[in-house]
Write a protein that binds this ligand. Structure first.
Ligand SMILES: Cc1cc2nc3c(=O)[nH]c(=O)nc-3n(C[C@H](O)[C@H](O)[C@H](O)COP(=O)(O)OP(=O)(O)OC[C@H]3O[C@@H](n4cnc5c(N)ncnc54)[C@H](O)[C@@H]3O)c2cc1C
Length: 481
């Protein structure tokens, strides 16, 4: 008897779930279902609770996902969709009565249409795989993030992911032209549109983008592609504040139209931690400045891109008070410089499960927002020295506290009040790109528009009346059938 079969046999003596696994195996095929024993030695991803479920199903087609959800509806089994399990807000966390629907076996890039500039992919395709396939024919998905090796297109659709290129090519919502989704009752919603323009009634695909798997399971996606740039130049600059960073962004956008690719800002405690861990001398420019700005511009070749970047910066260097600058002299050096921004796991190694926040602030208000928020966080905890960094050009600010998580309820309320309370009035957002999942539900309930919450609950009840699709995520209140 295999270990998995042994474990399931043991489970049968103690748990009604084994009968369910047998019935599910009969419906989907034995190899598509992993029991608890198989999960023990697999990587649960960003949150260990992702694998608390009684079993994991790996359907390999839309029809198989439809059979799975129809079975879950019949049996009243709750289902948690999972892609790369890189989500940061607990959206993929499962409970012992839940079945995971893992999209990893739906990883085909079905088509790249170079004439139209679109890709048709299954939901389990990773961002890196799509980037590689599109790049091979001179195209690019127009979206990028550090978790690219594991994050899937289905997961990115479901969190409305953003990343470093959002200020120029939009967030996932702007990259999706068409979508196929299996609804909680097993019906298939299919809108595999390949065009930008469609005003044929309600554009329902947008309901599923950012729904974190609470309204159905995304199975296929039509992604709009961009032209691939030939070469990129990278620089890290020492600057005083976000306002200066935005002035640099505006200058480069005007000077090099369409060629600014990234503008990532990191405040002092973030740089001092990641750069020092990676072996940079943080006493030297640009790392000694209050903020470090990572910039990337494109060009016909590496030398042309570097020259354009250097010339563009030289014109404003003194006027804007740039205090230091490193321009990468090779692709390897560029990757090393970007690692200062991308290696955020360094923070979480220092402070396990550090509470993290992902807000959007209108660009011109970032400095004032941070100065007020960080002062209030110090009133909550005098030792507070959060790590702050973000996608400057779209106003996305990440704040990671320098303490382990989770916070107790009273402290969480005080911290959230400091971070969230004036965002709506400023025109910002309490979740820029990571979603709500489990960890931001209380904040959503407290700070989001009440009518939005009523409509969201009504939509959830309509599409998922018995509440089997990723229950407890986004919405705090249980759906009443
Ligand atoms: C190092 C690091 C850097 C990151 N940087 C960024 C960044 O710059 N920008 C950004 O936006 N995010 C970022 N993230 C967060 C994360 O990568 C994104 O949220 C990503 O979109 C999650 O994709 P996934 O496939 O891992 O989804 P999962 O983590 O598996 O799932 C996320 C949510 O989507 C649901 N879901 C997954 N697949 C499906 C599906 N097929 N159908 C329906 N629901 C589904 C899950 O139930 C869950 O609610 C980062 C994460 C890490 C670890």
């Amino acid at each position: 008897m295999s270990d998995a079969a042994m474990s399931d046999a043991i489970m049968s003596a103690t748990s009604p779930q084994t009968d369910r696994i047998d019935r599910l195996r009969a419906r989907l095929g034995a190899s598509a279902i992993l029991g608890r024993a198989d999960l023990e030695w697999r990587d649960a991803g960003w949150d260990a609770r992702n694998f608390d479920a009684f079993a994991l199903a790996r359907p390999n087609s839309t029809a198989a996902v439809a059979r799975l959800l129809a079975w879950c509806a019949e049996e009243g089994v709750v289902v948690v969709p999972q892609g790369g399990r890189t989500g940061l807000v607990g959206g993929a966390v499962s409970s012992p009565d839940a079945l995971i629907c893992d999209l990893g076996a739906m990883a085909d890039i079905e088509e790249i249409d170079t004439e139209t500039g679109i890709a048709v992919v299954q939901a389990g395709v990773t961002l890196a795989a799509l980037q590689q396939a599109a790049n091979a024919v001179g195209l690019d998905p127009g979206i990028d993030l550090a978790a690219r090796g594991s994050a899937t297109i289905g997961g990115m659709v479901s969190t409305n992911a953003g990343g470093i290129m959002a200020f120029r090519a939009g967030v996932m919502r702007h990259r999706v032209l068409g979508l196929e989704v299996v609804l909680p009752d097993g019906r298939v919603f299919s809108d595999m549109t390949r065009v930008i323009k469609t005003s044929a009634g309600y554009d329902l695909k947008h309901l599923f983008i950012g729904a974190e798997g609470t309204l159905g399971i995304v199975t296929r996606v039509v992604v709009k592609l961009e032209s691939l740039v030939s070469a990129r130049a990278t620089a890290l600059l020492g600057i005083g504040d976000a306002r200066t960073g935005l002035a640099i962004v505006r200058h480069l956008q005007a000077r090099l139209p369409g060629r600014l690719r990234a503008a990532e800002i990191m405040w002092r405690s973030f740089v001092a931690t990641t750069a020092a861990t990676l072996g940079f001398d943080i006493g030297q420019p640009p790392f000694d400045a209050p903020c470090v700005l990572g910039i990337e511009v494109s060009g016909d070749d590496f030398d042309a891109a570097s020259a354009a970047l250097e010339d563009g910066l030289a014109e404003i260097y003194d006027d804007l008070g740039i205090t230091g600058c490193i321009v990468a002299t090779s692709l390897q050096q560029a990757e090393r410089l970007w690692s200062v921004r991308e290696r955020t796991e360094i923070l979480y190694r220092l402070h396990p499960r550090a509470p993290s926040f992902d807000v959007s602030v209108p660009g011109g208000a970032i400095d004032a927002y941070l100065s007020r928020t960080l002062a209030e966080l110090r009133l909550v905890d005098p030792n507070s020295e959060p790590y702050v960094f973000g996608h400057l050009a779209d106003g996305n600010v990440h704040i990671v506290l320098n303490i382990p998580g989770p916070l107790d309820d009273a402290m969480r309320r005080d911290v959230e009040r400091a971070i969230y309370r004036d965002l709506a009035a400023m025109g910002g957002s309490l979740s820029a790109e990571h979603g709500i999942g489990l960890s931001k539900r209380a904040a959503l309930e407290r700070y989001a528009d009440p009518v939005k919450q009523q409509l969201s609950a009504a939509i959830k009840s309509l599409l998922d009346p018995i509440g089997i699709c990723n229950p407890g995520k986004i919405l705090v209140k249980k759906v009443i059938s």
